[in-house]
Design a protein around this ligand. Structure first.
Ligand SMILES: Cc1ncc(COP(=O)(O)O)c(C=O)c1O
Length: 497
């Protein structure tokens, strides 16, 4: 049985079997609660019951609970409104303004909105490549298109294998099968969610043609170690930096500059947005040319005798997207700097929670040694012994945080890519049927083969992160996480610090 006071409510929480209807009746009767609006019962996880009793006088609250045979530690009795935070879904959390409008006006006035004859897309590509210190960038219509074009540039054959991560956006996985190749899922580190040189090495075979290295949440994976493994074997390394703009590997190399190719997404919620959009970058002019052909229906613009010389698609970015992209790129450093600074503040505010509290464990997303994180998301790790409760700790803490106005995604994508319906029976879909025709009929992954992946997904609570958070809002998030954590792990004494 646990109970506490917070936000002017008495909250008591108990396992359902231990909570007697009499307790509720007694509590209600004691405060003369004929008005049931003052008494709420919540059963958020099907196992535990939360009782919220809206009586503001703490002495009365304690007396009431004592009369019902419950002792009541005080957590926080100060009324607090739920936080309202900037969101990347609208103008509150996006920096879109006069700079974007001015370039959009230029695009519209030019009368040419398609990139093949426009000037803004080549300009965006040149500026994006320059910011990464690379020779080439090819703009395209989405991050998924960018991954597809990067793979399309490799001329994969049916039966080839591409190693990737099971924790990513599906748009980064399915292009492998569309190119006739078999996705092979490497396990991830249970702390970062990133593949490692060791997990990738276990997946390499004679048929491996490429490895996709995703920098999850903005934390760079150890790409150099994976490149060292792959280059002598002639295997291409593609960095998926969709979540890691301007993140730095150990030694300072930007995310996207260590592999042979890299892909980015400019979808609404990314550090740099054009609504939808993507980019492929590389130093290799042959690969850049192949990517450009792929996003242009296999057409070689500028060739003496152009022809559709490969099965590319129309994955072009428009001049309107490029107009916004140029303006957004100029703001990117500031955006990443602000995210880093506010994430560092939150880590500082919550540092004392790190480590064990009873059987539960709290870990902050600090950058891996020598690297810099770009905080697309702020991913907490929460552990408790298996079987402690039917609902996992991230789900329980996530529900508390939502009540306090802090949106979140417990367990991120919830399940590994290989557990998604599309891979359960790949024969139902043409591209997958073709790709898997030559694949061994083994499962693509399991708890035994991918322990790091399942562990990460069971312990991660993903908080949205945003460059527009004010210092007061970061303090508010810190207070909410602290309260939720202390309440969830059974605070006995307290108050906010
Ligand atoms: C790591 C990663 N790769 C690829 C993609 C696909 O990008 P898009 O949504 O722009 O197609 C995303 C998601 O948005 C992503 O987070």
């Amino acid at each position: 049985m646990r109970h506490w006071l917070r936000n002017g409510h008495v909250s008591a929480m108990a396992c359902v079997p231990q909570w007697s209807a009499n307790s509720t009746v007694l509590l209600g009767a004691l405060v003369g609660l004929v008005d049931r609006r003052q008494l709420h019962l919540r059963d958020p996880f099907g196992q535990r019951l939360e009782l919220h009793l809206q009586v503001l006088d703490p002495l009365l609250q304690e007396g009431l609970l004592a009369a019902c045979g419950l002792s009541c530690p005080v957590l926080d009795t100060r009324p607090r409104d739920p936080l309202t935070l900037p969101s990347d879904r609208d103008h509150t959390g996006r920096d879109l303004g006069t700079e974007e409008l001015e370039l959009l006006r230029q695009a519209v006035e030019s009368g040419h909105l398609n990139s093949t004859g426009g000037t803004l897309t080549p300009r965006f590509e040149a500026e994006f490549a320059a910011r990464h210190g690379l020779a080439h960038a090819v703009a395209c219509s989405s991050g998924s298109a960018a991954v597809h074009a990067a793979l399309g540039a490799l001329g994969l054959q049916r039966g080839d294998e591409v190693v990737t991560t099971p924790i990513t956006d599906m748009g980064a996985v399915l292009p492998i099968a569309y190119e006739g190749a078999i996705p092979v899922f490497a396990d991830v580190d249970a702390g970062t969610g990133n593949v490692t040189a060791e997990s990738v090495e276990r997946c390499l075979t004679q048929r491996t043609r490429a490895v996709i290295v995703t920098h999850l949440f903005g934390q760079p994976a150890d790409t150099a170690a994976i490149v060292a493994l792959c280059r002598p074997r002639g295997i291409v390394v593609i960095e998926d930096a969709a979540q890691a703009f301007l993140a730095e590997h150990a030694g300072g190399a930007l995310a996207g500059t260590v592999g042979d190719l890299a892909t980015f997404s400019f979808q609404q919620g990314k550090h740099l947005t054009t609504g939808e959009g993507g980019m492929v970058v590389t130093d290799d002019s042959g690969l850049a040319d192949a990517v450009a052909r792929f996003v242009n229906k296999g057409w070689g613009y500028g060739d003496a005798q152009p022809d559709h010389d490969r099965p590319g698609l129309n994955y072009r970015m428009t001049e309107l997207q490029s107009a916004v992209g140029i303006a957004q790129l100029a703001k990117l450093d500031g955006c990443v700097d602000r995210r880093r600074a506010s994430a560092a503040t939150l880590c500082e505010r919550l540092a004392d929670l790190e480590g064990a509290r009873g059987a539960a464990q709290f870990t902050l997303p600090r950058p891996q040694p020598g690297t810099s994180h770009s905080y697309w998301r702020f991913a907490l790790l929460l552990d408790e012994p298996a079987g402690t409760s039917d609902a996992l700790l991230p789900d329980r803490l996530g529900a508390r945080l939502r009540d306090l106005g802090v949106g979140n995604a417990p367990r991120y994508v919830k399940k590994p890519a290989f557990d998604c319906a599309v891979f359960r029976d790949p024969g139902r879909f043409g591209p997958l049927a073709g790709a898997f025709a030559s694949a061994p009929a083994e499962p693509l992954g399991s708890r035994e083969t991918h322990p790091g992946c399942y562990r990460l997904l069971s312990r991660v609570l993903v908080l949205p992160w945003n460059e527009q958070y004010s210092a007061a809002q970061v303090d508010g998030i810190a207070a909410a996480v602290r309260d939720a954590w202390l309440a969830e792990t059974g605070v006995r004494d307290g108050g906010r610090t």
